[in-house]
Design a protein. Structure first.
Length: 486
């Protein structure tokens, strides 16, 4: 009887488990479907967010993206080719680490030994947060720590790097915000070196593009960011012989969304930030940077690819010095007076031959508007020409003094290119450094002016002294005459 009751109880338990499993199995697909439906609705809602660059007259229409915010810029000049909600403050997640890497590179030697403190290795959730599996007290060179952080997105590596640079996370955050402001960021506030979620840690696609512009300009860091995997060598200060980190990005060659011309990339994800991605790619004429934020997988890859295709297909690069004759100072007749001493003086100013503008396909440089600016000039810049198309900034060119070798008399040095000297001789002209002459002429004029002023003052003083002397003499003569007639 007892045995029968026991069997009956067991059967009920098994039946309950089976029923529960049936319910669970039937509910999970429905829940997953509901979540997928919700995500699809969210993506469609994001796609309806206006693309600001599509509102520019004559500008190529860019693709709709499932990202909350997206931007495409020229990596060298920062010219914006595509902009969607680029100033909204969003959580960056692990793309934060490119700023951490930039600061570390600028403040440390790559051979510095980075020691992983207990705080660093215990600051993360080892079950969920990306890490490189290093132990507290172990040390590796800064270069290897950067590989761990940028390739493997190791959060404890970012923490240890921050401690090495500033001593603590709080002081490193000060450096992060200072650097961001220097780069022109206006929407950011950084708290952590790794991007682990914090409500006070945020940025925008615009600001991340500016940070990425500085990051990818650094060949050392860009090379790390395009490395798909890296093994940290075993040493006496790092005993693990199998410490290998793998990049999560699917844009690498051989991956599902391989991107041609990839310069570098960094992924990011938290539940609050969703998918974030920073990428740089290039073709024969352009190097571009794309940032997407608050995206759903795999949209961060497909949208990034679409945006690069949009940029490379719809825009051309024009060298200003070659294409725009409106400011070609080298064709000026300045100081040209045939065969006198200034007859063939070369131009004093010219446009930087490396500066360019970016325009939509089919638009020529002559269709742009331009203005001369004297604000925030760099070293050796005399002025800057800013170019606009349909009111949108499309690039600038620097007006620079023409550098030439000079001897002590201001004439061109004989060590200049022989071909150029031969051409000069054939022309039968004397070449003069106009800048050298003008400076000295003005200096001599100033000295002569000062000399004449001093002479005039001296003569005036002498004349007044002589007049006073004559007055005294006349007074004495009058007294003598008075006495004589009396």
């Amino acid at each position: 009887m007892i045995y029968f009751k026991s069997m009956k109880k067991t059967a009920k338990t098994i039946f309950s488990i089976v029923i529960s499993l049936i319910i669970l199995v039937s509910v999970l697909p429905f829940k997953a479907y509901a979540e997928e439906a919700d995500l699809d609705a969210v993506i469609e809602e994001r796609k309806n967010i206006p693309v600001e660059s599509n509102m520019i007259t004559g500008w190529p229409v860019g693709p709709k993206t499932g990202a909350q915010s997206a931007i495409l810029i020229d990596a060298n000049t920062g010219i914006v080719l595509y902009s969607k909600n680029i100033h909204e403050k969003l959580y960056p997640a692990s793309i934060t680490k490119i700023l951490t890497a930039l600061i570390a590179y600028e403040n440390c030697d790559m051979n510095d030994m980075v020691t992983f403190s207990y705080n660093a290795v215990s600051s993360i959730d080892w079950r969920y947060d990306a890490n490189m599996g290093i132990n507290a007290g172990d040390s590796i060179p800064m270069e290897q720590a950067l590989y761990g952080m940028l390739v493997g997105s190791a959060n404890e590596a970012a923490y240890a790097i921050a401690e090495h640079v500033s001593g603590n996370i709080e002081d490193f955050a000060v450096l992060m915000n200072t650097k961001a402001r220097e780069l022109g960021c206006t929407d950011s506030h950084f708290v952590t070196p790794n991007g682990i979620h914090d409500e006070d840690h945020y940025t925008s696609a615009h600001d991340m593009a500016l940070i990425a512009k500085a990051f990818f300009a650094n060949d050392f860091l860009a090379n790390i960011s395009r490395t798909p995997s890296y093994q940290v060598p075993q040493t006496s200060t790092q005993p693990n012989d199998n410490m290998i980190v793998y990049a999560k990005s699917k844009l690498f060659p051989g991956k599902e969304y391989a991107l041609e011309g990839l310069v570098g990339t960094k992924t990011g994800y938290t539940d609050s930030a969703r998918q974030t991605l920073v990428t740089c790619a290039e073709n024969d004429s352009l190097r571009l940077i794309c940032v997407v934020m608050k995206e759903e997988a795999p949209g961060q890859y497909t949208d990034t690819i679409d945006l690069f295709n949009y940029g490379f297909s719809n825009f051309n690069c024009y060298m200003v010095a070659d294409k725009d004759s409106r400011y070609t100072i080298s064709t000026s007749n300045l100081f040209d007076t045939q065969k006198d001493i200034f007859g063939s003086s070369k131009p004093i100013l010219d446009i930087n031959s490396q500066d360019y503008i970016i325009l939509p396909v089919g638009v020529e440089p002559e269709q742009t508007e331009s203005e001369i600016s004297y604000d925030d000039l760099k070293d050796n810049e005399i002025a800057r020409i800013n170019y606009y198309y349909s009111g949108t900034f499309v690039g600038s060119a620097s007006v620079m003094p023409i550098a030439r070798l000079k001897n002590t008399h201001g004439f061109e040095d004989s060590s200049l290119d022989d071909t150029e000297n031969k051409q000069d001789e054939d022309d039968g002209y004397i070449f003069v450094d106009i800048t050298w002459i003008l400076v000295r002429v003005l200096g001599i004029s100033a000295l002569l002016t000062l000399f004449f002023i001093l002479v005039s003052l001296f003569k005036g003083r002498h004349k007044r002294k002589k007049t006073n002397t004559n007055k005294k003499f006349n007074y004495k003569n009058k007294n003598l005459k008075w006495k004589h007639f009396k």
